[in-house]
Design a protein around this ligand. Sequence first.
Ligand SMILES: Nc1ncnc2c1ncn2[C@@H]1O[C@H](COP(=O)(O)OP(=O)(O)OP(=O)(O)O)[C@@H](O)[C@H]1O
Length: 946
Amino acid sequence: MGTIGGEELVDWDKRQGIGNGTEEKILVFVRLRPLSEKEIVRNEAADWECINATTILYRNSLKERSGLPPAYTFDRVFRGDCSTREVYLEGIKDVALSTVTGINSTIFAYGQTSSGKTYTMNGITQYTVADIYSYTQKHEERAFVLKFSAIEIYNEVVRDLLSTDNTPLRLLEDAERETVIEKLNEETLRDWSHLKELLSICEAKRQIGETSLNETSSRSHQILRLTIESSARESLGKDKSTNLAATVNFVDLAGSERASQALSAGQRLKEGCHINRSLLTLGTVIRKLSKGRHGHVNYRDSKLTRILQPALGGNARTAIICTLSPTRSHDEQSRNTLLFASCAKEVTTNAQVNVVLSDKALVKHLQKEVARLESELRTPGPACDHIALLRKKDMQIEKLEKEVRVLTKQRELAQSRVEDLLQVVGNDKTLWEMDTITCRPEWKEEKTYKDECSVTSMSCGTDCATNLNRIRSYNGDIRSDGTSDVLLSEDGEYHSSSDGPSDPSQGRAELLVGTVKDSDDIFKEVRCIEMDQYGHDKTYESFGLSNNKNEEIMSMLLESGNREAADQEPLSALPSVVENGSSDGTLEQKFEKVQRTISSLDSSYPDELSPRASFINMPSSGTLKLTRSQRKLMSGLSHSEMADKSESTPPSGLEKSFPGRPEGFQTKHLELLTFIYGAHGVRLSRNDSQFSSGRSSIEEVKAQNITHGEENIPTLGSFLAGLQDMAELQYENQFHDQVQEIELKSRENVKDPMHDSLGAPSDWPLKFERLQRSIIELWNTCIVPLVHRTYFFLLFKGDSIDSIYMEVEHRRLSFLKETFSMGNLTAQDGHTLTLALSNSTKALRREREMLRRLMYKRYTRHERCRIYQKWGIKTNSKQRRLQLVHRLWSDTKDMDHIRKSAAVVAKLIGFSEQGQGLKEMFGLTYIPPGTSPRSFSWKKSMKSLL
Ligand SMILES: Nc1ncnc2c1ncn2[C@@H]1O[C@H](COP(=O)(O)OP(=O)(O)OP(=O)(O)O)[C@@H](O)[C@H]1O
């Protein structure tokens, strides 16, 4: 047993097991510094008192510190009159000397500036080194290698204090410096005697530092490290396998006060931040460790914690001495120190004896390991494990394959649904095209009267027929007995000019031998065509054709039965026609007559001006109220033809209540409307725009305004042309019903039609306002494109003639809204409805995106800023442009908002540049041709639409 300064040295060999792999809490001691002379002179009060060996108490009767604990308990507290030796012996020694047994240890001093950290650590270091020296002297059977290092962390930069480049060394006298350099040049300090020498040099450096670099040193963290490697001396025959290596760290931390208190700016602030960074991280690490080792501990956040990582919650025994200044002026800092100490005492470490194997021992150990692995390989585990594993895998594979099969089926189903939908869309398109083609003269040229065993679409070939049949079956119900219409022969096969009987008479003969219902169907087809013609008799007129052709057809129908029957509902009326004595021969004659009529009509049409084409290209306006004669004809139509026509015509009450109306009808109509409004914006133009005078100039404008460049904005030209088409169709569909009445009235009194249509002129402004508001609401409800809204809003500002377009727009939108809100759709229709709504929504989104892009093109940066401000959008907010376009047309109640929205959209799409002149150019002061009673009657009929 050796002694150090009269104290008995513990036999550390007996402590080999202590701390080896067992968890241990960090030891926390508090040392209270006595009042310094200066403090005594200043008569500073001391508020802290150690009331026993483990508790420190705050005594200040003057200060009420609610919520703060008055007493703190630690492993040991030392009063101001306790010596450093006492601190060492009663607290630190046990931890510090663990190093000689191969256990790492670390001693911290934590506290505010001038609380006694350095004072304490100097003593602790010396006592520890002295004890270690005594220990090595006592244990001659082991050889010790001591490595000593000293580092400083200042502003997060690590410096080696023993390096020859260091300032403190340069401050040494020349002779001293040479000695130090000589010692440090040795690779390893293998001799214990070096340690004492180095310690004294360090002490000298410290003293020099204190005089020259005092401030810096007190604001840096200093770590003295002593590594001890020990191995048994072979000559003494001891265990040669156990080599130990451990390190003891003496850490003198910088003052723990906050940067804000001592350092305020510039270099000082930076310094404070760095010091605090290490200290704060130390605090964070301690706090985290004190709550258990869950999750990530951020050792790497500072140099200090990185270096001391093993000592903090790792492989080391750790003791912290928290130094306190007793004065009242340092109360707050003392509290902080005690708080840190309280956390620290909850941290546990898990120290291990660091055994370093000798080469021989290492080889022996590895050989043993190899032998163990070899024996494991020779006796593999039970084979059944592998089989079970394989079976399990097979089952998993099988299960996955099943899933794949199910998913494949689902995918195929989905694909076929998509194809069906596409086909429906494609067929519709084909049908339209077909219908257009049917009426083209060149098609007719290929055919003779005799060739045509059917009345209408035969010339289109099988595809057309298929389409028709599809639509017929789609719409349902012409006949329930399986016989088809005139396009089908009795045996149900289709005969056309292309694949049908080469002998035209054969086809006709089939018709002649057909059933009575076949005859009926002939008339249905005739009526179908007639309907188209009827809807466009105005067109005929403009080309010098006679309306008498309609009358001809009607008269044929009426001749074939009694007039009464023809006036009634079709399905009852037409069979009775035949039953009432019409012979097949009579029917044939009538049929031929009809054929001739139709042929002459068709061949008279200019290429682009087919009545069907008019229907097809007419997007969604049309008849709300069918005229009596139209009803007669429509009632004779096949449902397919009705659907065909109605796809461009919002249904009136009559249509909706039509008993044979198929389920899909409404939905298809809706799709079309939504498609027109939603998916494609203003797609209202038609090709047969040779309608009124000035059309050629319109066409020119249309051609000039095809698009606005890459943004694909619907042009004002196409918009206006579409509107005019709507109005014209409206006119056509409305007037006929009242021709008789109008003619009578016109003889009596030719008034200003507007007056009749809209009431007294003075009423119009009010009515306009009401209509306008309603349309704005409907635009919103029906997800109408913003460009359409803008064009419309800016063009129709209340001129008396605007009423026509306002009415038409209102009615179209009302129909859309009504359809959207229909609750009795079947599941399939519901799907279609959802699809239509979804298309409109997508189209609106695309349009907004287009407008957003145009913001950069149409507005300068300055203008954009102004607009953002005007619209209450922060000029630095994210996605400002998108915010703006989303606000456009959003508040349907606020007319000011609407006007602002229209102005912005107009600017973006360049409407302002085009001006309103186009409105006149397109003849949107539309007055139906001829100052005729028709105009009058049509306008009058508009009343009924409201
Ligand atoms: N327990 C003590 N007994 C007597 N004097 C002490 C005691 N502790 C500290 N002192 C004296 O208080 C002064 C400040 O101590 P010290 O330099 O150790 O503080 P510090 O906490 O290390 O400060 P810094 O953080 O600035 O380095 C020194 O003059 C020191 O001698």
